[in-house]
Write a protein that binds this ligand. Structure first.
Ligand SMILES: O=C(O)c1ccccc1NCC(=O)[C@H](O)[C@H](O)COP(=O)(O)O
Length: 209
C-alpha cells in the first residue's frame, strides 16, 4: 500500500518523509486552507524538492493558474479537490504536459451509491486516479471520515486513494474494503497543528501497513 502525506509546509519534514520513502507529497494550493503552501514555501523551493510524486491540490482553480503553478513548482500530479467537471478536466489536460497524472476527488456526503457511481463513470475517461474524501464546506483536511462501507457498493475501475480522517486507530478497518486503495492519503490526524506533521505517528503508521 502506498502513502500520500498531504498538507506539507516545512522543508525539513519533507526531507524526512522522502527518507521514509513516502510515495506522494501533497501541497495545497488553496488559499483558504490553513495548509496553504505558498504561505510557507515558494514555487522555486517546491520545484527544488527532488521527488517524483509531488501532488498539487487545487480547489476550483482557473486552468491558467494550475498550468502556471504546475510548471513553476515542477509538480508531477494534479489533484482536483473541488467541483471540476469532465469538460474542465479535458480542457486542463490539453494544457498540461502529456505525462502529468490527474487525481479527481469524489467528496462523499449524503449521495446514494447510484449517484456516486454516475459521477465516477462520467469522470473516468479524463483522469488517472480517484480519491475518496469526506465532503465538507472546507473541501478537505477536516479529519472527518465517511462510512467506507459505501465503497463496497461501487465499481471502481481505476486505482483510488482513500482519504478523510485516516488515523492510526481506523486504519485496521481497511480489510473491510472489497477493492483495496492503491494509496492512503493522510493529513490532519498525523499533525501537531495544521501543516506541521507528526513524523513519529507517520512512522507508526508505516509499521501497521
Ligand atoms: O488539507 C486541507 O486543508 C485541504 C483543504 C481544502 C482542500 C483539500 C485539502 N486537503 C487535501 C487532502 O488531500 C487531505 O489529505 C484530505 O482532505 C484528508 O484530510 P484529513 O481528513 O485531514 O485526513
Amino acid at each position: 500500500m502506498k502513502l500520500k502525506v498531504c498538507g506539507l509546509t516545512k522543508i525539513d519534514q519533507i526531507q524526512e518523509l522522502i527518507s521514509l520513502k513516502v510515495d506522494f507529497l501533497g501541497f495545497i494550493f488553496y488559499e483558504k486552507s490553513p495548509r496553504y503552501v505558498l504561505n510557507h514555501l515558494t514555487l522555486k523551493e517546491i520545484a527544488e524538492i527532488s521527488h517524483t510524486g509531488k501532488v498539487g491540490v487545487f480547489v476550483n482553480e482557473s486552468i491558467k493558474g494550475i498550468v502556471e503553478i504546475a510548471s513553476e513548482a515542477q509538480l508531477d500530479i494534479i489533484q482536483l479537490h473541488g467541483d471540476e467537471n469532465e469538460n474542465y478536466i479535458a480542457n486542463l489536460k490539453t494544457q498540461l504536459p502529456f505525462n502529468m497524472d490527474i487525481i479527481k476527488v469524489i467528496r462523499i456526503g449524503n449521495q446514494t451509491a447510484g449517484e456516486l457511481q454516475k459521477t465516477i463513470n462520467h469522470q473516468l475517461s479524463t483522469i488517472n486516479y480517484l480519491l475518496f474524501d469526506t465532503d465538507s464546506k472546507a473541501f478537505g483536511g477536516t479529519g472527518e471520515t465517511f462510512d467506507w462501507e459505501i465503497l463496497n457498493e461501487l465499481e471502481i475501475p481505476i486505482p483510488y486513494f482513500l482519504s478523510g480522517g485516516i488515523s492510526l486507530e481506523n486504519v485496521q478497518q481497511l480489510s473491510t474494503l472489497n477493492t483495496q486503495p492503491i494509496s492512503l492519503d493522510i493529513n490532519s490526524k498525523f499533525e501537531t497543528e495544521p501543516g506541521i506533521k507528526d513524523l513519529k505517528k507517520i512512522k507508526q503508521l508505516y509499521e501497521k501497513l
